[in-house]
Design a protein around this ligand. Structure first.
Ligand SMILES: N[C@@H](CCC(=O)N[C@@H](CS)C(=O)NCC(=O)O)C(=O)O
Length: 251
């Protein structure tokens, strides 16, 4: 039996892991967890509350995008995900930053965007294996899902404004990693796989595109991942906060 990847369609760390499986040429089966149920389902299956999680054919269970990439690297060393001109420790540090600092930003902004435009959630089902829900059902379900996701992702006005204020500096950091050759080398490394899907998800929020367009980070994000088909229309986020004085989140 191939490895089983427990994931949520549209989740950026799950996209990281899917791409890593593909690069390593390891067969796997996608198990789509119903969005918003993962704190319960994943805790029962893996002990922690988040996707992604992998059950390998040998019975090993690994949860978390970084831990899964390390497990893949151990099992299939080629092509290497932690090698390149920048060196393994620079790649690992950028991967850590991508996971611990950058990854959270689109979560809070996305759920703030869906709060303003719940109908936009319908298109985000595109490409999922589970049956797609019709738009009226999505809208009805959003009354239940939005409060859960807002709580899971700490969505409030102050947090959204803080994320928007930090975003230009976070994107500067991505551009710097690219300039330093840590990201965007000849072959994708673990940091590329961690950071590019986060930019892709940010790009799904149309309000944020002016902050990303034309940056090295934009071309980088869509080198190994396709551009998002589903988007949240403009007018969902107080983007003027991004133009105000910014401080980087700790980490
Ligand atoms: N940083 C971890 C966490 C991933 C994560 O937070 N996943 C989200 C979906 S994108 C989740 O399952 N959240 C549920 C929760 O926080 O309870 C990783 O890269 O694996």
């Amino acid at each position: 039996m191939p490895a089983r990847l427990f994931m949520i369609h549209g989740s950026h760390p799950c996209a990281t892991v899917e791409k890593a499986f593909a690069l390593k040429g390891l067969p796997f089966k996608r198990i789509e967890v119903v969005a918003s149920t993962q704190p319960l389902v994943m805790r029962l299956l893996f002990g922690g509350r988040t996707v992604p999680g992998v059950k390998f054919a040998d019975g090993a269970k690994v949860q978390g995008s970084r831990a899964i990439l390390r497990a893949l690297e151990d099992r299939v060393p080629s092509p290497p995900l932690y090698a390149g001109p920048a060196g393994a420790s620079a790649i690992a540090e950028a991967e850590r930053w991508g996971d611990e600092v950058f990854q959270q930003i689109p979560r809070r902004l996305l759920w703030a965007g869906f709060t303003k435009h719940p109908g936009a959630m319908h298109a985000f089902q595109e490409g999922q294996r589970s049956p797609k829900l019709p738009k009226p059902v999505v809208l009805a379900a959003s009354r239940l899902v939005l409060p859960i996701e807002r709580r899971i992702n700490d969505v409030d006005d102050a947090g959204v404004r803080a994320d928007l204020a930090a975003l230009p500096l976070l994107l500067d950091q991505v551009d710097q990693y690219i300039a330093d050759g840590v990201l965007n080398g000849a072959q994708p490394n673990a940091a590329d796989l961690q950071i590019a899907p986060t930019i892709r998800l940010l790009y799904a929020l149309e309000d944020l595109r002016p902050l990303i367009d034309g940056r090295p980070a934009e071309a980088f994000a869509f080198r190994w991942f396709d551009r998002p088909g589903a988007t949240v229309p403009t007018g969902a986020l107080p983007v003027e906060a991004a133009a105000q004085a910014a401080t980087l989140p700790a980490g």
